[in-house]
Design a protein around this ligand. Structure first.
Ligand SMILES: *[C@@H]1O[C@H](CO)[C@@H](O)[C@H](O)[C@H]1NC(C)=O
Ligand SMILES: *[C@@H]1O[C@H](CO)[C@@H](O)[C@H](O)[C@H]1NC(C)=O
Ligand SMILES: *[C@@H]1O[C@H](CO)[C@@H](O)[C@H](O)[C@H]1NC(C)=O
Length: 308
């Protein structure tokens, strides 16, 4: 009797886990999925927006899911502790999943972003106007792999990466405009403007984000979809990745911080001169023995020395 019960229980658990496997999102691990009328519906964490698991999820929804508080234990931290969040913020997304042109990170500080969600203006208050979302139509990805005695062949590096970007990130080769290799550096250029991109095409900004996270070992894909790049069967150990974004309209950073820098330097120079003069005056008075109490008071430490 107990044996049959155990078998039934075992079968039930198996069925449940099989169903769970069938209903999950291969392209986005930060989702919760459930069967609804025979189809598997997956919603992104953070936004609860439904995502299409046969293509990439938009970067905005990915970021929103990443900043949503993780389940499970959280340790207590000092109030001033902060996380190195690598440009991550809690973004506002349109219903289509793209970034809103203006982002505020749930605070009163706002800025304008491009279609890759990267800030392209100074930070300002809530009055900042961002007329439209400026498209990032050109992305450079610079990789550095672990140095080797013999460099890989240039054409093999290029064909491996081309295959990877096409198969894993579903980007049509039309948008991969060049792959250059100069041991140990690799430069990949992605170009895609709005008129070329069809409804079914993945966006180059989303491709770059998936790729970046794969390299940083924090993949957006489901855990069974492992990332590995190999050139002729040999693994390519990427040590460093840099991503540059070129917008259709140049960014609008003011020279404000530059000016602030110059002012700070001027103040420091002025202070140094003033301190120099004060010290000189005091030294001279000291030497002539005509020091006054007022001045010594300002130089607390010197007073102690004199007394002892
Ligand atoms: C967004 O806000 C969070 C929490 O207040 C903060 O840790 C993070 O640095 C902010 N990000 C940006 C880009 O301002
Ligand atoms: C889009 O790309 C095509 C081909 O590279 C180019 O001819 C065209 O000028 C571009 N359009 C814009 C608006 O940049
Ligand atoms: C999901 O994405 C694929 C690939 O872009 C597309 O063919 C399909 O129509 C999309 N499905 C839905 C429901 O939008």
């Amino acid at each position: 009797m107990e044996a049959t019960f155990r078998i039934v229980l075992f079968l039930m658990v198996m069925a449940a886990s099989a169903e769970e496997n069938l209903c999950s999102c291969p392209t986005n691990r930060r989702t919760h999925c459930a069967m609804e009328q025979d189809s598997c519906i997956c919603k992104a964490l953070g936004s609860n927006q439904q995502v299409n698991c046969s293509t990439l999820t938009s970067k905005c929804l990915l970021m929103k899911a990443e900043v949503s508080p993780p389940k499970g234990k959280t340790y207590e931290k000092p109030e001033t502790a902060f996380l190195d969040n690598d440009g991550l913020y809690d973004p506002d997304c349109e219903n289509s999943g793209i970034f809103k042109a203006r982002q505020c990170n749930q605070t009163d500080t706002c800025w304008c972003v491009n279609s890759a969600g990267v800030r392209r203006t100074d930070k300002s208050d809530t009055n900042i106007q961002c007329k439209k979302l400026v498209r990032t139509s050109w992305i450079f990805i610079e990789l550095k792999h672990k140095e080797r005695k013999t460099p890989f062949s240039q054409s093999e590096v290029a064909s491996s990466l081309l295959r990877l970007i096409q198969n894993r990130y579903m980007l049509r080769p039309t948008f991969i405009s060049s792959i250059e290799y100069d041991h140990p550096f690799i430069k990949i250029e992605l170009k895609q403007n709005a008129s070329q991109k069809s409804y079914e095409d993945v966006d180059i900004a989303d491709v770059a984000y998936y790729f970046e996270k794969d390299i940083k070992l924090d993949s957006h894909f489901a855990s069974n979809n492992k990332f590995n790049i190999a050139v002729k069967g040999e693994p390519l150990h990427i040590e460093n990745v840099l991503i540059y974004y070129m917008d259709e309209i140049p960014p609008e950073f003011s020279m404000q911080f530059l000016k602030a820098g110059v002012v700070a330097v001027a103040v420091v120079v002025l202070l140094a001169i003033l301190i120099g003069i004060i010290v000189l005056v005091i030294m001279r008075r000291w030497r002539t023995g005509k020091y006054e109490k007022v001045e010594i008071k300002e130089m607390g430490e010197m007073q102690i020395n004199r007394v002892s």
